[in-house]
Design a protein around this ligand. Structure first.
Ligand code: SF4
Ligand code: SF4
Ligand code: FES
Length: 358
């Protein structure tokens, strides 16, 4: 008797037929993977099920699929765990999102993922002549990029990125995490050019909406959103790059208002983000008028809040948090030290990544 049931989305776009769902019983123990289940169904029931896989050990990144609606590596997802989350007893397996389907569970990684990785110039651009032998860098200077180097290019983050759903041209979490791998590498000489390019591209680093999906689904702990935030920090702090998405000004306006008032003043946010004294800012401000009017219509902004805005009681405590953060500006690499990394157990030399230089 079968232990589990897989409900697989079948589709062969080139035939022009509509996709359909098919159920397959799987006779395996719970510690076996969803990939084992799919392969068993293919061996025993229907040899035409399309699935891509290779290592079966969460290393090659080729078996990305959606299990019960979330992108996963099929080989790294236990049948028992997937069944526990299945709504009607069947484990739902479908192709990853945001990429065109080639056949059943196989998506075209070239069309989206690899194209975007190529976009960020995925190789080192060192200055001068290469050394006679290999480049030698101190181990500590590589700590900052170990997390982004762990990517196995499975595409799970691309699949579940909400910004990519809205803007398919967004460079996306995997490619931007890869970009940080080079920006943070001390051997690369083009960090400013890379950051300028990624900040000025309207589909670049300021196109991420911080939805956390990529952090949640990444099987290797790359946390692409964190790498995007690092790119932004480097772009603003080290090179003061003003992007055409107005991301830098918006970020600065946001943090300054909270520091001063302890609470967000939406009216001032709009004004300060655009900079009303910049000709471009005035045009942007006029363009955003419908947003302001919608705010009035929905009661988010009232005549009183438009004219006066209060400070949060105890705002000095918020300001103390800012002061503390500014005085302790080293970044903990949680990928190396773990969530409890700021305890006594950490190795200080390895755990703290200096913010300056790379
Ligand atoms: S946090 Fe940003 S990059 Fe990550 S999935 Fe959400 S929108 Fe995409
Ligand atoms: S960042 Fe994570 S989820 Fe995205 S492609 Fe790399 S390993 Fe996969
Ligand atoms: S088959 Fe290689 S990661 Fe799953």
């Amino acid at each position: 008797m079968a232990d589990y049931k897989l409900k697989i989305r079948r589709h062969l776009p080139e035939t022009g037929d509509a996709p359909y769902w098919a159920e397959y019983p799987v006779d395996l123990e719970g510690h076996r993977s969803v990939l084992d289940g799919i392969l068993q169904a293919r061996d025993r029931i229907d040899g035409s099920i399309g699935i891509r896989c290779s290592c079966q050990a969460a290393i090659c990144g080729s078996c990305g699929v959606r299990v019960n609606g979330q992108a996963r590596l099929a080989c790294n997802t236990k049948l028992s765990e997937a069944a526990a989350k299945a709504k009607d007893g069947a484990i739902v397996v479908e192709p990853m999102g945001n990429m065109p389907i080639l056949k059943d569970l196989i998506v075209n990684m070239d069309a989206v993922h690899w194209k975007k990785v190529q976009r960020i110039v995925p190789w080192l651009l060192p200055a001068g002549d290469p050394p006679e032998r290999e480049y030698v860098v101190p181990a500590e200077s590589m700590i900052d990029i170990t997390q982004s180097m762990a990517c196995i290019h499975c595409g799970a983050c691309v699949s579940d990125c909400l910004s990519m759903e809205v803007d398919p041209l967004f460079i996306g979490p995997a490619a931007l995490a890869k970009a940080y791998r080079f920006v943070g590498d001390p051997r690369d000489s083009q960090d400013e050019e890379r950051l300028r390019d990624l900040a000025e591209d309207p589909h670049g680093i300021y196109d991420c909406t911080h939805c956390f999906s990529c952090v949640e689904v990444c099987p290797k702990g790359v946390a692409p959103m964190d790498q995007i935030m690092r790119l932004r920090r480097r772009a603003t702090r080290d090179f003061e790059i003003n992007d055409q998405n107005n991301g830098r000004r918006h970020e600065h306006a946001f943090t300054s208002i909270i520091r001063k008032k302890g609470i967000l003043d939406e009216r001032k946010l709009l004004q300060d983000s655009f900079g009303p004294f910049r000709p471009q800012g005035q045009a942007e401000l006029i363009r955003s008028l419908p947003t302001g009017l919608r705010g009035f219509a929905r009661g988010k902004i009232t005549p009183k809040t438009a004219l006066f805005h209060h400070k949060l009681p105890g705002v000095e405590n918020v300001q103390r948090i800012y002061d503390h953060a500014e005085q302790h500006h080293e970044e903990l690499n949680l990928y190396i030290v773990g969530e409890g990394g700021d305890t006594d157990e950490k190795e200080p030399a390895m755990a703290e990544t200096p913010r300056e230089g790379s």
